[in-house]
Design a protein around this ligand. Structure first.
Ligand code: COA
Length: 263
């Protein structure tokens, strides 16, 4: 059976690929479950320090939740629809957002609905100049359900996000860049090299410091500044007894490159 998400690991980077190109990589329940399963494996894999997420085929990153499948859950009523569709999708995006290793979306084409929500949830994103984005759920008579009403408003500001949420209109990669939804727009053929280069630039640092920064930044964003500063201090305190912090400070004073080991 074809896997709905492919995983290839090389040089400390796992490339995960949504793999339903004939359905524009729509995220069905099997795709979300497989992605969560892979993230569980990659979290404890000491050979992997960063993850890139992209889409198979030449058209789509992902055209969002599988409408045919979740329409079946909607027909079963609110309890089943929330259990099978909403909670599964929210678990997937929340897991990505809080993942302790950097996840970089390499947005290779359409990122509609859930595809856009995945881009909102991950830590970093590089987009092809062919990528297009949309929050089209309103056209289906519903609000977004994988965090799409929450994260874009925080990323781009309430009015900019509401315009996209309330019109459902598609927007190009340049606009995604201006909104802060992606970090960089590159020519299509340079997409994967650009994402790999970004991952490699992070991989040279201590994985403990990387995890501490992701945790403090992502969780702190949803706290008061006082609570966020407290968490920042706790993340630093956890680094104090580590080899990596001692090594970073020693290496700077010895004027040499640090050798981080992740403990
Ligand atoms: N769920 C399930 N199947 C989807 C899908 C989705 N979100 N998006 C696309 N597909 C399927 C289509 O049904 C079609 O399959 P088929 O060939 O077996 O009929 C295939 O992917 C190609 O899509 P198609 O609609 O023919 O391509 P298009 O170029 O005409 O249109 C889109 C592209 C993105 C505009 C259109 O597919 C679309 O509106 N998709 C839904 C986007 C959306 O609302 N996402 C949010 C869901 S909550």
């Amino acid at each position: 059976m074809t896997q709905p998400v492919l995983c290839e690991i090389a040089d400390g980077i796992a490339v995960l690929t949504f793999n339903r190109p004939d359905k524009l990589n729509a995220i069905n329940y099997a795709t979300a479950d497989r992605l969560l399963e892979l993230l569980d494996q990659l979290e404890v894999d000491g050979d992997v320090g960063a993850i890139i997420l992209t889409g198979a085929g030449d058209r789509a990153f992902s055209a969002g939740a599988d409408i045919v499948e979740f329409a079946g859950s909607v027909r079963e009523g609110p309890r089943v629809a929330c259990r099978d569709f909403v909670r599964r999708g929210q678990a997937m995006t929340a897991r990505m957002e809080a993942f302790p290793k950097p996840i970089i979306a390499a947005v290779n084409g359409l990122a509609f609905g859930g595809g856009c929500e995945v881009t909102e949830a991950v830590h970093l994103a590089v987009a092809s100049d062919r990528a297009t984005f949309a929050k089209p759920e309103i056209r289906l008579g519903m609000p977004p359900t994988f965090g799409g009403t929450q994260r874009l408003t925080r990323l781009a500001g309430r009015k900019r996000a509401l315009e996209l949420l309330l019109t459902g209109e598609a927007f190009p990669a340049d606009q995604a860049l201006a909104l802060g939804l992606v970090n960089e727009v590159v020519p299509h053929e340079k997409l994967l090299p650009a994402a790999l280069d970004l991952a490699a630039r992070i991989l040279q640092h201590s994985p403990l410091a990387v995890a501490a920064i992701i945790t403090a930044a992502v969780r702190g964003l949803n706290m008061s500044i006082g609570e966020g500063l407290q968490m920042e201090s706790e993340q630093f305190a956890m680094m104090v007894p580590t080899h990596d912090l001692r090594e970073g400070l020693d290496a700077w004073q010895d004027r040499r490159a640090p050798r981080f080991v992740g403990r």
